[in-house]
Design a protein around this ligand. Structure first.
Ligand SMILES: Nc1ncnc2c1ncn2[C@@H]1O[C@H](COP(=O)(O)OP(=O)(O)OP(=O)(O)O)[C@@H](O)[C@H]1O
Length: 225
């Protein structure tokens, strides 16, 4: 689905990642850990074409990112749901409109999708929050709304950047169960997280591959997780 081959990335000459190779196979489940500032968000951005590698090759759904123009990247992005670390809501729009925003932006809003939106809001447990504004949500509600927005275009791949940041353990487990359920439906999932307890909790639910970024390279995470 997504493949990185010997990828390097630098911000204005400052090297962040080098020699990174990975295949995200259909239906796979990955955790990505690493110290703060090690490059997890950068790695996810390379996976969904928000950044182009300084060296090496990124392929998204079998297309070489280097050969894709903005429209082609935008089309591919519709198949990748991203849960951003900071949620990135428009605070003046009700939660349901924020969740539906990818539909509106991609010109796909239709009456059918109103049902889809309702179903999704129910699935993440936010039926009561349709009309609420984002600042009125709790941390866990924000994270679930961010997940719903990432799913509104029925993506094949879900990339979640700290989806359980700032929520309690019960909510973390609830979010994990939602992501595992999506994986059981056949979706490819990658979760970047600092939360090693979450990774341990996932062991009984899903056969995940655990990766770690350290010293600018991507490695298999140790058995100590
Ligand atoms: N737009 C940018 N311009 C310059 N440097 C950046 C930019 N974005 C990130 N960086 C730097 O790149 C490095 C990796 O950042 P990144 O956000 O990928 O790390 P992270 O592992 O996701 O961190 P955290 O766990 O704290 O979210 C950091 O040193 C960061 O300061």
């Amino acid at each position: 689905m997504i493949e990185l081959d010997n990828v390097a990335y630098s911000y204005s000459g400052a090297a962040i990642l080098s020699g990174v190779s990975l295949q995200l196979a259909p239906g796979s489940f990955h955790f990505l850990t690493g110290p703060s500032g090690s490059g997890k968000t950068t790695f996810l951005k390379l996976c969904y074409g928000a950044l182009r590698p300084t060296e090496g090759q990124v392929s998204i759904f079998d297309e070489d990112l280097a050969a894709m123009d903005r429209d082609a990247v935008a089309m591919a992005r519709r198949r990748i749901g991203v849960v951003h670390q900071d949620c990135q809501f428009l605070d003046h729009l009700p939660v349901a409109e924020n969740v539906a925003l990818p539909l509106t932006v991609s010109g796909q809003a239709s009456p059918d999708q109103a049902d889809n939106l309702r179903e999704l809001m129910t699935w993440v447990g936010l039926t009561e929050k349709f009309e609420a504004l984002p600042p009125e949500l709790s941390g866990g509600e924000r994270q679930r709304a961010a997940l719903a927005r990432a799913l509104i275009l029925s993506p094949d791949v879900i990339l979640a950047d700290e989806p359980t940041g700032n929520v309690d353990w019960e909510m973390s487990q609830r979010l994990l169960r939602l992501l595992v359920e999506l994986n059981r439906m056949g979706k490819t999932v990658m979760i970047a997280t600092h939360d090693l307890m979450l990774i341990r909790a996932a062991k009984s639910l899903v056969n995940a591959r655990n990766l770690r970024i350290a010293g600018g390279t991507l490695q298999a995470a140790g058995a100590d997780l």
